[in-house]
Design a protein around this ligand. Sequence first.
Ligand code: NAP
Length: 301
Amino acid sequence: MQATLAGIRILVLGGDQREIEMVKCLARQGGEIYTVGHRPYPGHDNILQVESLGPFPEAIPKVDVIIAPMSHTDSTGKVRAVPEEGVTIRLDDVFLQRFPPGTPLFIGKALPIVKEAAKRRGIRLFETAEDDEIAILNSIPTAEGAIQIAMEELPITLHGSRSLVLGLGRCGLTLVRVLQGLGAEVIAAARNRAQLARAAEMGAEAVPLEELGEAALAVDVVFNTIPALVLTRELLEKMPKEVLIIDIASSPGGVDFEAAADLGLKGILAPGLPGKAAPVTAGRILGKCLPRMILSALSKH
Ligand code: NAP
């Protein structure tokens, strides 16, 4: 593997199995990696553990880049996932002030509290989940994870099922393709006419979102990818009682879950699928895509 990251010092703050795999990939590309809250990586001389975050800047090595997890933080700025129990990492002013202004910080998604602290400290934020290359590659484990749930929950095969995909962006189109590969009859709904044309070209039944009616809603399973309320009580009332609704859109999703429960419909909100369904693949995606983003961020500073 090319040593594209030779000489670049990277601080990795917590994470899950994805970040553990990513750390190994970045190290193989020559990065000098410092991890916080990870266990040791035997056999990797260029992966070092930071023992303590201590109150002083000296507690943390001088680094060029910071990487926080794809699973990002809670609303207080606390990193959600850390492999080593008992380690707390909070992306607040106290922590960020230890890094020189201009330091790039990569994170799956930056919540307002992190955005504000980074702005005050001059830290440059890059939201990795929104990068197209990462998002398109991640749509593969996401679709597989959603389909895995469907297979576990449905009493019928996806082959021969009527499957409705709502939203035809990066995840929606991948879902359409994989469902078709399994032999499902796919109905695809979106507001964007170009996306609908692509779904029609792929052989799906394309339905404009505003025209979703009883015929299109007569399905066995729904995969929602739209991060806005789309499956309203009014639409849910038109669906068969046996339908399974899997909502992968970011919280709070696009389904009126309360109405679904009232109507006796089974709805599942399914966040973080790449990390659950295929964490090693998801980590390798980060290991493949982040070097380009890191080099670009460092060249622009
Ligand atoms: P994307 O490429 O932006 O596609 C989103 C789709 O939803 C597009 O068709 C978009 O249409 C449509 N849409 C967005 N807002 C809408 C609205 N208000 N009304 C109608 N349609 C709307 O996003 P993606 O990468 O496919 O991701 C989809 C969602 O899944 C996101 O919330 C993402 O965070 C989440 N996600 C979850 C997982 C998981 O593990 N559960 C994994 C990856 C992604 P337009 O193009 O017209 O806006």
